[in-house]
Design a protein around this ligand. Structure first.
Ligand code: PEP
Ligand code: MN
Length: 361
């Protein structure tokens, strides 16, 4: 593990992810020009390594700070180009893949031009509840049903999900309505059974840094939906994805679901800007969960629209036939007709971006 020491020591939390730079010098750069760049880095407190070879001279600054941007270095004499070096997220990194990744979830492409929608109740409560919701979700043309059988609840006294029985009901719903199943694995102990049932295994926000669970997900045969932790930075989120990818599972979908801020009007704060920011850094698809991001039915639709407008490749949204009777997350569940309206608007917004071509999304 010796080779990891340097990375572990790096203060990721305080530096920009693009901050590691490689400064390529002109072939005819003079000694004094090279010295000037090194002196400048030294003055900025940045450790740098001079790399000289018969063909090229470059300076590697692996721990450059945010303040040290290309604009400061590029105008210096003898400097040819300043390139951000390979990101610390080796497998999740956008420059580590030829294009954007499209994850196939039971025939539904996530990360392609279309809007991938996953919808359903927060939890499986009964056959009647699940089938009622599954029926209108399928009728709306949505092909992925979300519902937790194992629920990670803030209070130990709250409804914890139907467990194994919930998984059986989800399998019945898949057969009955031809829907793919999105459901959560809350801990390593239940992973095997969730993996058998799920078409997309959800790793919940609270588990984003449960490294044992992430590693298990990395060995799963099914794609993984990785929610962003409520207090996780973009870097931490991508490192969590890296845990899954590095175990061999390359089918990872990222989901922004709101973060903890000072706002008290909503359950969480939807971090809209992280959607395009994440897409710049990673080739993995990024979707949004406006339900947990807001916790309030009246805010779900506007936030769903905002997320899609910002480039989210899909939405995971909670809907319930009788929200007032829901055993979990009733206040944020969309009623059927609200859900149809959200779908229609979100699909139209997505179509505008797709029409306008690459660069817009
Ligand atoms: C959920 O999807 O029901 C859930 C618990 O989400 P999160 O992990 O984002 O809170
Ligand atoms: Mn929920």
């Amino acid at each position: 593990m010796g080779h990891h020491t340097a990375d572990r020591a790096a203060p990721w939390g305080t530096m920009g992810v693009e901050a590691r730079v490689l400064i390529l010098m002109e072939p005819n750069a003079t000694r004094s020009q090279i010295q000037a760049v090194l002196a400048m880095l030294d003055q900025a407190g940045v450790r740098a390594v001079l790399q000289e070879s018969p063909v090229a001279t470059s300076i590697l600054a692996p721990h450059a700070s945010q303040a040290l941007r290309a604009e400061r270095l590029e105008p210096m004499g003898g400097v040819s180009r300043v390139v951000p070096i390979t990101s610390p997220f080796k497998l999740a990194s956008a420059d580590g893949a030829p294009g954007r990744t499209v994850v196939d979830v039971r025939g539904v492409p996530v990360g392609g031009p279309g809007l991938a929608v996953m919808a359903g109740p927060c939890g499986v409560e009964s056959r009647e509840q699940l089938f009622t919701v599954a029926r209108y979700v399928a009728e709306a043309g949505v092909r992925l049903l979300r519902a937790g059988a194992f629920k990670p609840r803030t209070s130990p006294y709250a409804f914890q999900g139907l467990g194994t029985e919930g998984l059986q009901l989800l399998e019945e719903a898949r057969r009955e309505f031809d829907l793919g199943i999105v459901t959560e694995a809350t801990e390593v102990e239940v992973f095997d059974q969730v993996e058998r049932t799920a078409d997309l295994i959800q790793i919940g926000a609270r588990n984003m840094q449960n490294f044992a669970l992430l590693k298990r997900a990395g060995r799963a045969s099914k794609p993984v939906l990785l929610k962003r932790g409520p207090a996780a930075t973009l870097e931490e989120w991508l490192f969590a994805a890296e845990y899954i990818l590095s175990e061999g599972n390359r089918n990872v979908i990222l989901c922004e679901r709101g973060i903890r801020t000072w706002s008290q009007h909503a359950r969480n704060t939807l971090d809209v800007s992280v959607i395009p920011a994440a897409q710049q850094l990673t080739h993995l698809p990024v979707i949004a969960d406006p339900s947990h991001a807001t916790g309030r039915r009246d805010l779900v639709i506007p936030c769903a629209r905002a997320a899609v407008a910002a480039g989210a490749a899909g939405l995971i949204v909670e809907t319930h036939c009788q929200p007032e009777r829901a055993l979990s997350d009733g206040p944020q569940a969309l009623l059927p007709w609200d859900f149809f309206q959200m779908l229609d608007q979100a699909r139209r917004i997505r179509a505008v971006l797709v029409q306008d071509g690459p660069g817009t999304i």
